[in-house]
Write a protein that binds this ligand. Sequence first.
Ligand code: CO
Length: 159
Amino acid sequence: MPTLKILKYPHPILKKRSKEIADLKDQTIAQLIPLMVKTMLEAGGVGLAAPQIGYNIRLIIVNTKEGVRPFINPVIVKKSLWREWGEEGCLSVSGVFGVVKRHRKVEIQFFDQYGKRFALKTSGLMARIFQHEIDHLDGVLFIDKAKNVKNTSVYAEKI
Ligand code: CO
């Protein structure tokens, strides 16, 4: 199975709002999911959003405690008032890290690849990952929200 090319900032696809997936059992989606899983794992990521591999559709892959799962048309339906800062990076913004304020807890509704609807309550790092990935579906990158942004790529190349 090949891996997909991860688009890098400032690719215009990363800045577009992605469309809802109307046909949850679409063959293209079914084929895309394992490719995205492989691409994410080989790149060492904990999450990957479809626009990062060139598709402006509302599909994300997240490495959860239960394994790597697809989340189709994910929506944040509840969020805690409590927000906290935490460091983030992104496979589409190589070598860059920054701290982003995120909701401590979020509840997500989504569909799986079989068209079944689920709700998931998540907190801490997992909640952060979902907020980061769902932002990708709205054309928002963590660097749009981050403070104390560090670019380590120049330094890394010198080692
Ligand atoms: Co990202």
